[in-house]
Design a protein around this ligand. Structure first.
Ligand code: ZN
Length: 446
């Protein structure tokens, strides 16, 4: 079995249900850029794939950045005069501003109000707010909840710690026969939001689990990092690894609305861009140019690294109303969309693993296909398509065009062209790929 076979082998429905269930399991965890929420998330991922958890001390430098103090919270709530909890972290992890400093105080609404955040345009939703790099505290609540608050006084309690500790990130390396690497990065720092964060986490974990079971040429390195500071920390500790990264993908926002969207690497025309653009186009998705705004692709594409890293999402951050609110819940993502994203990733990987520049062994005129049993005796629509794919490949097999070029020019899926290539090789009509790659003398499937 090869990576390509995985595309057909998984029944999308079962896979989708599994992906959604995984996101649901991680949903309640109170995550931030550091702390036990990240650790328990990584522990859960580590039950699916071989994951190494790294702990980097607060105060460590990551280029122009410093690993912050570690934040943990036990409980946080606001109580009215009758002892009723009017806002409570236990009810939703978004109720507390992430990185809130400890508070134990009584105050009137007037004093409390600057620390309360709502979304007036969406009175039922709770916003997502953070205060990583400025010491502050606050609660997030729905506009409807706020409207019910009287003048007070209120008891405000935030039982949190913000002190020197560690930043945690996870890494799963799946060695191939080549040391050339594919970097797959996803962030793990958002609390209970399904599309922005958990969709990428679920799809990346499932992708690693599938790849762990099949032979592959490239080495896959999955990094599960807190946004920005996590990827910067990883980069600062992996400058040598980075030189082996040939292709990279940032994954997030894969279960929400809209078609697949590929955001190109900053260079724009890397192999991973070509592979992803072909796959996303066959799935009626959208291609966008790089911009220095978004997720961790910003760090990977900074000029000091300039890695060939693009990003796969559906409707990107900030372009759907539920983004960074409590409405980004488990009902916003569907198993079907998660499964499609995973299948698309397997197709992209199929291109990265198997693309090559075939050369015709019968380049003068068309070879006689009928004589070799390659031409259908009775014509039909599907036969026409496979014959066309064969004719395109034979025509472009000049050593200058890749299989992906043939797929794009003929408007055929890459895996079909790859199957045609194998068939033509079997009939001695195109050259064979270079020698099978070996590792320590053991021949591996290519
Ligand atoms: Zn986000």
């Amino acid at each position: 079995m090869s990576v390509a076979d995985l595309v057909d082998q998984q029944t999308a429905t079962a896979l989708g249900d599994e992906l959604h269930a995984f996101a649901a399991e991680l949903f309640p965890i109170c995550r931030s850029i550091t702390g036990d929420g990240v650790r328990s998330t990584l522990d859960r991922v580590g039950k699916e794939v071989p994951l190494v958890r790294h702990e980097v001390a607060s105060g460590s430098r990551a280029f122009d950045w410093t690993v912050p103090d570690e934040w943990n919270v036990r409980e946080a709530f606001v109580t009215d005069r009758r002892g009723r909890r009017v806002v409570d972290l236990a009810e939703h992890t978004l109720h507390l501003v992430s990185y809130s400093t400890p508070v134990d105080a009584r105050m009137d609404l007037e004093e409390l109000r600057p620390h309360l955040h709502t979304l007036p345009d969406h009175p039922e939703w709770i916003p997502y707010r953070t205060s990583y790099y400025a010491r502050d505290w606050g609660f997030c609540l729905s506009e409807r909840q706020l409207a019910q608050l009287g003048p007070g006084p209120y008891d405000v309690r935030i039982d949190s710690t913000l002190e020197p500790g560690h930043l945690s990130y996870g890494e799963c390396v799946l060695p191939g026969s080549s040391t050339d690497e594919v970097l797959v990065s996803t962030h793990v720092c958002h609390p209970s939001m399904a599309n922005d964060n958990l969709s990428g986490l679920a799809v990346a974990t499932a992708l690693a689990r599938l790849l762990a079971d099949v032979p592959h040429r490239l080495t896959y390195r999955f990094v599960f990092v807190p946004g920005t500071i996590g990827s910067l920390t990883w980069l600062s500790r992996n400058e040598e690894t980075v030189s082996r990264v040939r292709h990279g993908l940032v994954l997030t926002g894969l279960g929400g609305p809209g078609p697949l969207v590929w955001k190109r690497s900053r260079h724009g025309h890397r192999d991973v861009d070509a592979a992803a653009e072909h796959v996303v186009a066959t799935r009626h998705g959208e291609i966008r140019d790089f911009a220095p705004w978004g997720y961790d692709e910003r760090q990977y594409n900074s000029p000091g690294f300039d890695l060939p890293v693009g990003r796969l999402t559906r409707t990107p951050h900030g372009e759907y109303p539920e983004y960074h609110t409590s409405a980004d819940d488990l009902s916003l993502i569907t198993g079907e969309r998660l499964a499609e994203a995973l299948t698309a990733l397997l197709e992209i990987i199929d291109v990265l693993e198997h693309d090559r520049f075939p050369r015709s062994l019968n380049p003068k005129g068309e070879p006689q296909l009928g004589q070799r049993g390659l031409y259908p005796k009775v014509g039909g629509r599907s036969a026409d398509a496979s014959v066309m794919a064969m004719l395109w490949l034979l025509n472009l097999a000049d050593g200058e065009h890749s299989l992906l070029d043939v797929a794009r020019r003929s408007g055929t899926a890459f895996h079909t062209i790859r199957a045609v290539d194998a068939r033509l090789r079997d009939h001695g009509l195109v050259d064979r790929p270079e020698e099978p790659r070996t590792l320590d003398g053991v021949t591996l499937a290519t």
